[in-house]
Design a protein around this ligand. Structure first.
Ligand code: NAI
Length: 257
């Protein structure tokens, strides 16, 4: 990917960096010179991302086995940033799960709690540990992954849509709280992106469903993980110095319909 931002020597934490949007963004940060803490529950995927950053980019990668539903894991992730690389400049809180397709009155308590715990509480847990370290360091930039479903609803995704709307709200609240502390907090709202998540949902393997999903976007295609990474690097960079509380849609026009 062409690299327009310079993160040389900065420390970046990326959750969900073992696959998809998180991996592409972690690698983009590595290409921009950053030291990247690669956090994921997927040990194989996470190790692969960290190795690729160390071997093939200007930056350095360290994998940490992190479940964002576990407070101790999240603490270890932030500690790794400070012990391995001496601080924390940027956090991309991105880990997420797709979950099931059930109506609001049909989703099980278990599925509801699991989706909210990863997709919403996981972002709060991460920011809760990241912000104090950034305050000590004199500032930083946080980008959270929401979704177009953080702005509009889609039938049969009650927990996912509620969690992503929650991420949008939480991003604004944290941005307001830290606006004078040199910590900017923003979110990306991707449209449908070609990743494992869509494979798992059967979207990429079912021709009819794939065509329907593409048609939700005026550009009539899915996005790529690299296109989201570009937006995350911009939001995290000094070029976005006046942007905070922004929830930036990268969606092929999805939300403009
Ligand atoms: P992906 O499935 O390729 O990657 C998600 C990564 O998060 C995986 O490596 C997975 O192991 C990790 N993860 C899951 N639960 C975790 C946990 N409890 N702790 C730590 N890591 C965990 O999916 P993708 O598409 O890259 O998703 C990344 C984010 O983008 C998610 O928050 C997702 O909701 C969001 N998103 C994705 C869209 C898409 O169409 N693919 C659209 C809009 C938002």
């Amino acid at each position: 990917m062409p690299q327009s931002h310079d993160f040389a020597g900065d420390t970046v934490v990326v959750t969900g960096a073992g696959s998809g949007i998180g991996r592409a963004t972690a690698i983009a940060f590595g290409e921009a010179g950053a030291n990247v803490v690669v956090a994921d529950v997927d040990r194989d995927g996470g190790t692969q991302t960290a190795t690729e950053i160390t071997d093939e980019t200007e930056g350095d990668g360290t994998f940490v086995d992190v479940d964002v539903t576990d407070d101790g894991d999240v603490e270890e992730m932030v500690e790794t940033a400070t012990t391995e690389y001496g601080g924390l400049d940027v956090a991309f809180n991105n880990a997420g799960i797709g979950g099931t397709f059930d109506a609001t009155d049909e989703i099980s308590e278990e599925d509801w709690q699991a989706i909210i715990d990863v997709n919403l509480s996981g972002i709060w847990r991460s920011m809760r540990k990241e912000i104090p370290v950034m305050l000590e360091d004199g500032g930083g930039a946080i980008v959270n992954t929401a979704s177009v479903l953080g702005k509009v609803g889609e039938a049969e995704t009650p927990a996912y849509t509620a969690a992503k709307h929650g991420v949008v709200g939480l991003t604004k609240v944290a941005a307001l709280e830290r606006a004078t502390d040199d910590i900017r907090v923003n979110a990306v709202c991707p449209g449908y992106i070609e990743t494992q998540m869509l494979d798992d949902a059967g979207v990429t393997t079912d021709e009819e469903l794939l065509a329907e999903t593409k048609a939700l976007h005026p550009m009539e295609r899915l996005g790529t993980a690299e296109e989201i990474a570009e937006a995350v690097l911009w939001l995290a960079s000094d070029d976005a110095s006046f942007a905070t509380g922004e929830t930036l849609a990268i969606d092929g026009g999805y939300l403009s319909r």
